[in-house]
Design a protein around this ligand. Structure first.
Ligand code: PLP
Length: 456
C-alpha cells in the first residue's frame, strides 16, 4: 500500500518544479529575501525547494528525499509530520487557532503551561510566552533590568555575556551577542556588555580560565550588573563550543555570591538536545530566568518562553497604577495552535521515551566522530548529546570555506547540513535512527576525506 506521503510525493513529482503557473525557483530567486544570505550568490544557483517532510527527512519538489541533518535549523525534535503533533494541531483547529493573552487567557495555553511546569527545573514557576528565541531573550533582558530597578537598584543595569555568544538577532539580543561577523555592523545601535571568556580552544591548544576572569568582573562591577546571560553547556552558533561539567554550577554560585541574576538561554539546548531535557540539569542548576524557543513545539510552529522564579516575578507585583508590570508583549504570544504542538511535543518525550532512546545514538555518533577526528582536515570535534561540531582546517579550500564545501558535497548523498564558519554542524532530530546516523556520518566522512586530500 502506498503511504500518504508517497502518494503526495508522486502527485507533486507530476507537477515538477512548476505548479499552477508558479515557477518556484524563479519566484524564490526574484522575491524571497533569505536570512543571513548573500542574495547575489543565492540567485546564481538553483535553490532546493522543499515541499514535504516525513520523519527525519525533507522531500523536495522533484520527490528527492534528504536527511534533515540540522533539524530544520535546530528546532525539529521528533521528526516531521509526527502523527501526535499533527493530530494535536488539527484538534486545536476545531477549538480555536488564536486568542490573545492580553486581557484574556485560554485553555490551550493553560494545558501547555501545566505540561511545561512538569518538566522545567524546579523553581521556574512563571512563564512569559513569545514567538521567537530572540523575542524571549529580549524579554529576559528587560525582566532582569526592570527587576533591579524595582528593587531600588537602578545602577544594576549592565549584562555580562560570554565571548562568541549568540542570543538572536534583535538589538538587545545582539548587544549580548559576541559573534563579530553577525554583529559588528550594528555596533552603533547596541548597548555595551561586559565580556567573560568562553571555552574556545586557544591557538596553543589550551583552554582559557573560565572562572577567574568572570570572578574579577563580578568583584569589580557587581553593583552595576543586573544579570549574566549564558548558553548553558553548549554555545551553539559559536560553533558548538562545549563547556566542562561544573562550569554552570560555578556561575550559579558566583551569581548568588554577588547578587546578580542568572539567565540561561536554552533556545538551542532545550528539549533534549544535550541528552537531558534542559542543559542546566547537567549541573543541577535552576537559573533565575530561563529562555526557551526552537524545540518548544517540536519544531512545528513559532513559540518561545521566558521563565522566571517567584523571586523575579514577585518584584513586578503592585497595584496597576504603580506601573511595575512587565511592559512587553507580542500579538501572537501564547498562540493556541503552537501551544497544542508544544503539549504534544512534551507528551511524545514521555510516550516514546525520547531521552532514554537517544542515549545509544549519542554513543553511536561519538564512535563515528572518533574516526572522523583522525582525518587530516579535521582540527577538532565537539559533541554534547546530539549537538556536534566538526571543525575543519580553513586552509583546505581556496574559494569556499571548508565546512561550506562539505555541506554542499553531502547533498550528493542526500544529506542536508549547514556550516557555521569552519565548523560542520550535525544537529539532527532526536528521533534520528541508527541507519540515518550511518548515512550522515558516511556522507560527512567522504566529503572531509576529499578535503583532506586537497591542499592549496
Ligand atoms: N538563543 C540561542 C542560543 C540560539 O541558538 C538562537 C538561534 O539560533 C536564538 C537565541 C534566537 O532564536 P530565534 O532564531 O528563534 O530568534
Amino acid at each position: 500500500m502506498q503511504t500518504k506521503a508517497a502518494a503526495a510525493t508522486l502527485s507533486l513529482m507530476d507537477k515538477a518544479t512548476v505548479s499552477d503557473g508558479i515557477d518556484y525557483k524563479e519566484l524564490d530567486k526574484s522575491h524571497v529575501w533569505h536570512p543571513f544570505t548573500q542574495m547575489q550568490d543565492w540567485a546564481a544557483k538553483d535553490p532546493l525547494v522543499i515541499a514535504y517532510g516525513e520523519g527525519n527527512e525533507l522531500i523536495d519538489v522533484d520527490g528527492r528525499r534528504y536527511l534533515d541533518g540540522v533539524a530544520s535549523l535546530w528546532c525539529n525534535i521528533h521528526g516531521h509530520r509526527h502523527p501526535r503533533i499533527d493530530t494535536a494541531i488539527r484538534d486545536q483547529l476545531d477549538c480555536i487557532a488564536h486568542s490573545t493573552l492580553l486581557g484574556l487567557t485560554h485553555t490551550s495555553i493553560l494545558e501547555t503551561t501545566q505540561a511545561l511546569l512538569g518538566i522545567v527545573p524546579e523553581g521556574l514557576s512563571h512563564i512569559f510566552y513569545s514567538d521567537s528565541g530572540a523575542d524571549a531573550v529580549e524579554v529576559a533582558l528587560k525582566m532582569a533590568f526592570q527587576y533591579w530597578l524595582q528593587q531600588g537598584q537602578p545602577k544594576k543595569k549592565r549584562f555580562v555575556a560570554l565571548a562568541d555568544a549568540y542570543h538572536g538577532d534583535t538589538l538587545g539580543a545582539v548587544s549580548v551577542g559576541g559573534i563579530d561577523v553577525f554583529h559588528a555592523t550594528f555596533g552603533p545601535l547596541l548597548f555595551d556588555a561586559l565580556r567573560a571568556p568562553n571555552n574556545r580552544r586557544q591557538t596553543d591548544g589550551t583552554y582559557p580560565d573560565l572562572i577567574g576572569p568572570l570572578e574579577t568582573i563580578l568583584d569589580q562591577h557587581a553593583d552595576e550588573i543586573c544579570a549574566i546571560i549564558v548558553e548553558p553547556v553548549v554555545q551553539a552558533a559559536a560553533g558548538i563550543i562545549t563547556f566542562p561539567s561544573g562550569y554552570l554550577r560555578r556561575v550559579r554560585d558566583l551569581c548568588d555570591a554577588h547578587d546578580v541574576l542568572l539567565i540561561t538561554d536554552e533556545v538551542a539546548t532545550g528539549f533534549g538536545r544535550t541528552g537531558k531535557m534542559f542543559a542546566c540539569e547537567h549541573d543541577a542548576v535552576t537559573p533565575d530566568i530561563m529562555v526557551l524557543g526552537k524545540g518548544m513545539t517540536g519544531g512545528y510552529l513559532p513559540m518561545s518562553a521566558t521563565l522566571a522564579t517567584d523571586k523575579v516575578f514577585d518584584a513586578f507585583l503592585a497595584p496597576t497604577a504603580a506601573n511595575r508590570q512587565l511592559f512587553h508583549g507580542h500579538t501572537f504570544a501564547g498562540n493556541a495552535l503552537a501551544a497544542a504542538a508544544c503539549r504534544a511535543n512534551i507528551e511524545i518525550f514521555g510516550a516514546e521515551q525520547s531521552l532514554q532512546m537517544m542515549q545509544a545514538h549519542v554513543e553511536l555518533v561519538a564512535g563515528y566522530l572518533a574516526k572522523i577526528a583522525e582525518l587530516p582536515a579535521v582540527t577538532d570535534v565537539r559533541q554534547s548529546g546530539l549537538m556536534v561540531g566538526i571543525e575543519l582546517d580553513p586552509s583546505r579550500v581556496e574559494q569556499q570555506g571548508p565546512a561550506s564545501y562539505v555541506c554542499d558535497r553531502v547533498r550528493d548523498f542526500d544529506v542536508i547540513l549547514r556550516p557555521l564558519g569552519d565548523v560542520v554542524v550535525w544537529m539532527p532530530p532526536l528521533s534520528i535512527t541508527a541507519t540515518q546516523i550511518d548515512t550522515l556520518a558516511n556522507a560527512t566522512e567522504t566529503a572531509i576525506r576529499e578535503l583532506s586530500e586537497r591542499t592549496i
